[in-house]
Design a binder for this molecule. Structure first.
Ligand SMILES: [Zn+2]
Ligand SMILES: [Zn+2]
Length: 383
């Protein structure tokens, strides 16, 4: 028991060190050096740095088993200025661990230490620390750097803390769990001119406003009501000024879905509506549509396994099947598009500020639970 208390104290220290020294995506140099040093100190068999930029992969082998399980944490912080008066507040101005990736990294380090010391599994555990989760680029970057070829594994698991779920509680579900995120930018091109003589030019603002409204019909009228889709226009920027009508307007936004068919359908409808609206106003439209995050699909059998591990460790009353998927996105989905696995939410407490809020802080009481979940998964999946 004493050992566990020591580990909790150590993890709390690591977590606060990481919190005070946040780094933005692909800039996690000090963070990855800290992680690699710890993994070496724990005596892992291999520690690889610079995987896909700033990623780190630790490997631990025990016994004769030839299966491998990957446990993953993200390391990056956000460009948010931290509020609040924590004594371990961010020392990197304008950058903050507002999503709890400091906690995720720490829980995985704790699990690496525990598994290196005590074993209890037969096979290979890969500890995957990925950069740039918030960008939705870190997983792909590790994958194109040969993650699966150089450090093969059969399954992968990850945890995200969640405000509004009690500490020590776990939640996940089979199948679609988190959404895809697409971004779009529609440019309308007309002819600007004098605000007093709109008929001499062919301004774009009225067309842009009509288009913003028309885009709402994609979800309302073009998607099966039983499916989930979100189309949000987040910016409308023109080159107009006080007494001059704009000749160019840019409409930017974000679309979410849980199936690639829906994402494709939303893009197709967006193109139809943009062209139709533009031609009604005699302006030109150009649509630029990109896919930033893919939907996160948990393997049904491994979601069951994850629930079984959490139930065994924390009791059935602390484990819940999520009633519905959520429309947040998560870069972990990229790994799941190649190997089966499961992503789970872990409570950050009922008092926690929301994720990405300047007052948010990872709850250190969760560290032990996340650490034990990782260890439990490795042992159950590599018996
Ligand atoms: Zn985040
Ligand atoms: Zn996050």
């Amino acid at each position: 028991m004493n050992d566990i208390h020591n580990l909790i104290a150590e993890m709390t220290e690591w977590r606060r060190h990481l919190h005070a020294n946040p780094e933005f995506g692909f800039e996690e140099k000090a963070t990855s050096a800290f992680i690699a040093a710890k993994l070496r100190e724990f005596g892992l068999d291999e520690v690889a740095e610079g995987v896909g930029g700033t990623g780190v992969v630790g490997t631990l082998r025990r016994g004769t088993g030839n299966r491998a399980v990957a446990l993953r944490a993200d390391m990056d912080a956000l460009k948010i200025t931290e509020r609040g008066a924590l004594d371990y507040k961010s020392r990197n101005d304008g950058v903050m661990h507002a999503c709890g990736h400091d906690g995720h990294t720490t829980m995985l380090l704790g699990a690496a230490k525990q598994l290196a010391e005590e074993g209890g599994f037969n096979g290979t555990v890969r500890f995957v620390f990925q950069p740039a989760e918030e960008w939705g680029k870190g997983a792909l970057s590790m994958m194109s750097d040969g993650l699966f070829e150089k450090f093969p594994f059969d399954e992968i698991y990850g945890i995200h803390n969640m405000p509004g779920i009690p500490i020590g509680h776990f939640e996940t579900k089979a199948g679609a769990f988190m959404s895809a995120e697409d971004n779009f930018e529609i440019t309308l091109q007309g002819v600007g001119g004098h605000a007093a003589r709109p008929h001499w030019g062919n301004e774009v603002l009225v067309a842009a406003c009509a288009l913003v409204t028309n885009l709402q019909t994609i979800v309302a009228r073009r998607i099966d009501p039983a499916d989930i889709g979100v189309v949000s226009v987040t910016e409308l920027i023109t080159d107009g000024t006080r007494n001059a009508l704009p000749g160019t307007a840019r409409i930017l936004g974000d679309a979410r879905s849980f199936r690639s068919e829906i994402s494709e359908h939303m893009e197709k409808q967006m193109r139809v509506i943009a062209q139709g609206t533009a031609s009604a106003f005699n302006v030109e439209a150009q649509v630029h549509y990109t896919r930033e995050f893919v939907p996160l699909l948990n393997d049904p059998a491994l979601a069951e396994e994850s629930m079984a591990v959490a139930t065994e460790l924390f009791g059935a009353t602390n484990v819940r099947v999520a009633s519905k998927p959520m429309t947040g996105s998560e870069d972990f989905a990229r790994f799941l598009s190649r190997v089966p696995g499961c992503f789970v939410f872990m409570g950050n407490g009922m008092q926690s500020s929301p994720l990405h809020n300047p007052n948010y802080d990872f709850n250190d009481e969760g560290l032990i639970h996340g650490m034990r979940f990782h260890v439990g998964i490795a042992r159950r999946r590599l018996p």
